[in-house]
Design a binder for this molecule. Structure first.
Ligand code: FAD
Length: 347
């Protein structure tokens, strides 16, 4: 009788955003082994990467919660049952290991870092694997992690620094408001005259500028970055006049948006529409054993919200658990009554 691979996991979740994290919690609660794979270096998906310092107001139980705090709590809840986490790995391929009739069939998920056998898959890939748009300056890569960072998880990492923020959208403006009182000085530059950020935030930053708490320059681009071990100086150029100026900075935070791509997932024969995967009412895709949940999942009436993504993860996990072992009920029962939490109920 064929022996299943030792690391065969019941459920693999592609994506460690809020949907994948809640899926991991639910898998653990249902006694299923699970694994999260994410191309980013940290858990949290869009919340950790695009808006860690923004308050969220529409998550049940929290009148308001910072995105980074919500992710911290979701990760604690998700990982309590020992879910394996593979960060910094992008999913590249999927093989179906056919069932010879003894129930040992499974999927082999391939990433740029390894191969992972799994009985079922839940794709919680959001808007796809995202990568920051790079600052278009020659040799810019050499400064990454040495003063230039496309994602900053915590404003305190920039405490006391002279910070240059590049961009004209919401995230660039949010960083200005987050860094006032933290950074020694803050300048925002944007290559155009008009901004894409919300008017209210633009007005707020204009007020901060009038108070001397930050400086905003338009029609302005980075021409060169210089320094030793770390960034020390940046040459700016006015795109209209061509006038250049070299100023001292110790941190550069480009906020030029992200590319996102579902990549190879689109080649697996799933029923997709643009960057979304069609699912039925139990989050199943057209391929048996593969489910989708969260922003990536499409069905009539879909809302792309944290609340709906977590509910979809719960549905997908319960059906995956039943598919793997039909003796296990689809309905999980109430967590408040489950044996797995008995010790925690006692305090
Ligand atoms: P994501 O958060 O996108 O996570 C998907 C993860 O999958 C990512 O970490 C990605 O790296 C990973 N991934 C993708 N493809 C691959 C691959 N091939 N290999 C490996 N990993 C991969 N929603 C609300 O409910 N309330 C709000 O107030 C709110 N505010 C928002 C504010 C902003 C600025 C933005 C951009 C969104 C906001 N949202 C809000 C929407 C919310 O963030 C999304 O609905 C939520 O993040 C979706 O979660 P997810 O886990 O499905 O996907």
């Amino acid at each position: 009788m064929p022996v299943p691979p030792a690391d065969l996991t019941d459920i693999t979740l592609i994506g460690g955003g809020p949907t994948g994290l809640f899926g991991a919690f639910y898998a653990g609660m249902r006694g299923a082994s699970c694994r999260i794979i994410d191309s980013l270096p940290a858990l949290g998906g869009q919340l950790a990467t695009l808006y860690p310092e923004k308050f969220i107001f529409d998550v049940a139980g929290f009148p308001r919660v910072l995105a980074k705090d919500l992710i911290k709590a979701m990760a604690e809840q998700a990982l309590q049952f020992g879910c394996e986490v593979r960060l910094g790995e992008t999913v590249t391929g999927l093989l179906k290991i056919e069932d010879p009739g003894d129930g040992s069939g499974h999927f082999l998920l391939q990433t740029d870092g390894g191969e992972y056998p799994t009985r079922t898959l839940i794709i919680c890939a959001g808007i796809g694997a995202f990568e920051a748009r790079k600052l278009p300056v020659e040799g810019v890569e050499m400064w990454e992690g040495r003063g230039l960072d496309y994602t900053v998880q915590d404003p305190n990492a920039l405490r006391g620094r002279r910070v240059l923020v590049v961009g004209g959208g919401d995230s660039a403006f949010d960083w200005i408001t987050n860094l006032v009182g933290v950074a020694e000085s803050i300048m925002l530059i944007h290559r155009r005259d008009a901004f894409r950020a919300h008017l209210a935030t633009v007005r707020q930053v204009e007020r901060l500028q009038r108070q001397g708490k930050c400086e905003v320059r338009t029609s302005c681009e980075v021409k060169a970055i210089e320094g030793g071990e770390r960034v020390e100086r940046v040459t700016l150029v006015n795109t209209k006049s061509g006038v250049e100026e070299t100023l001292p900075f110790d941190a550069v935070v480009p906020q030029l948006g992200f590319h996102s791509d579902l990549g190879p997932v689109k080649q697996w024969g799933l029923d997709t529409e643009k960057a979304e995967i069609r699912v039925d009412r139990v989050m199943a895709t057209n391929i048996a054993g593969i489910y989708a949940a969260g922003d990536v999942a499409a069905y009539p009436g879909k809302l792309k919200l944290i609340a709906t993504g977590t509910a979809e993860a719960c549905t997908a996990v319960n059906h995956a658990v039943h598919l793997i072992d039909p003796k296990k009920k689809m309905n999980p029962g109430h967590s408040s009554d489950l044996k797995i939490f008995a010790a925690q109920q006692l305090g």
